[in-house]
Design a protein around this ligand. Sequence first.
Ligand code: ADP
Ligand code: MG
Length: 587
Amino acid sequence: MIKALMRIVRWTGPYKKRLILGCVCSFFMTWATAAPVMLAAWLLACVAEDARGIQELDPSWVWWSLLALIACIGLRFILTYGKNRLQESIGYEVAPEDRIKIGNVLKRVPLGYFDEVKTGDILATATTELGILELQGMKMVDAVINGYVNLAAVVAFLFILEPMAGFAALAGTVVSCLALTAVNRVSKRLTPRAHAETEQLAGDIVEYVRGLGTAKSYGHGGAAMRPILATIRRLKEARIAIEFGFTPRNLVHLVAFKLASVGVVASAVWGYANGGIELWMLLALCAFSFTVFSGVERVNDSAHMLGDLDDIMNRIDAIENAPYIDSDGRDVPLTEHGIELRGVSFSYGRESGAKVLSGVSCDIPEKTTCAIVGPSGSGKTTIANLMMRFWDVDEGSVLVGGHDVRELTCDSLLRNFSAVFQNVYLFNDTIENNIRFGRPGATHEEVVEAARRARVDEFVRELPDGYETLVGEAGSALSGGQKQRISIARALLKDAPIVILDEATASIDPENESLIQGALSELTRGKTVVVIAHRLATIEHADQILVVEGGRIVQRGTHEELLGQEGTYRRFVEIRSRAEGWRIGGA
Ligand code: ADP
Ligand code: MG
């Protein structure tokens, strides 16, 4: 518990002082609450002694007591306000920083990280779980620290007043702490399970939303819910198990403190009967015995929450300590933009993955075009991704502009690349902002110019909101080709010296294709280009063609050179020209 507590304190970073000061306020707050009880007891005792004719009650005492009561209330108000001001907002200050940190980490981890840590886990950690820490962290620290400090003070106070009462309180505390420890052991086992299920649920929901269209089209809308329902059931069971784990604790705890309260009352009466303590003390002890332990109740509730928070902090740490891909990179402005692969071998998955590329070498001089062809799954995309260092190679090296990509930071490397993929990703924002993503500082005129060159302008003008059209709403209204042209406009605006085209025209209908080809030739003019394609028109004019099969380069040369050889490329061209000829004839 102390470990979790210290972790939260460390988590608050520069706000530690505020947290501690808040705890101090809260400590005096408890005493500002206890003081009126003592005062009331004292006043009652005076009234009783006056009634029995032992000592006459001086009316001014009543007035003074009332004044003191009001002062206590005022003090409590100030302390509560101070504590809230100091403490309550700390979580709201720190959690957003953590979310940004998680966002930054995700930018820098190898893409392979997402295969191992699912999107749902990250989603749940960055939102729900961090939210719990944000809302509960400070309250827990305060409750536990003050609960214990106050308890210690009260027990010490009781010892001074009446040792028997002190013993009774101490016994209750010890029993309760033992119960707490036992239950914490249970919660250590159970809370990670509940958290894992929460993350699973987030992942299931992401998956469900993504696949809903497909699932519905096959009439499986209901079946797609099944994994979610199963996870909801398991999460419920985990949560209930945790609650059941706490029930015995609560009972032991309650009984221990009720008995301790009775013990305190009994020893006070005993002390009074033997003349050891005065009447006002007896009354104060009786009143106290039932309120003393309320702080401890809070400690109790906080204990299981702390276990929860500890687990959440483990999860945040795990994400924040994810392997950085460019931790040793330097920011180097590249002056040359050729690409070279030297004996590259690569497999996905850290240990067991099968080799996807073996001994791949190639040299793509600056401002030349290199086409990569080969059957599906042969490793073409992988080669392109390694150039952008989405992953690190297992053997060999990738050089861009003469620098091993591992020597560069991702930012300084990727600044030089524009990539257009088969699957276009458009952000849920306006068309203009989607294009501007290529160069965030671009003016409206520059965006429109890029759009014009990418043949986007012509269809955007037809839309009622033009460039202000939200892609999210219009998403379904945009054709695949239009989306692709927006992504090309984005790349044009970035105007990077190296262009990667990965099957950029693969899923485009024929009418759109000529438009896209026009846009692409704008994009690739005067650039170093790596193009993965199966359309002959795209390939035949490349300066060099690499034929990849099973993760190896099996042929290389120009279109004419390769046509002159017996081999994969010639078969490929024969099949393609038949397919494209048939398509043109059939269209
Ligand atoms: P291509 O682009 O030529 O179709 P890829 O480079 O996409 O081929 O894939 C090469 C091989 O690597 C395939 O066997 C594919 O299943 C595998 N592969 C691709 N991406 C991943 C990934 N993220 N994790 C694991 N295996 C992958
Ligand atoms: Mg591919």
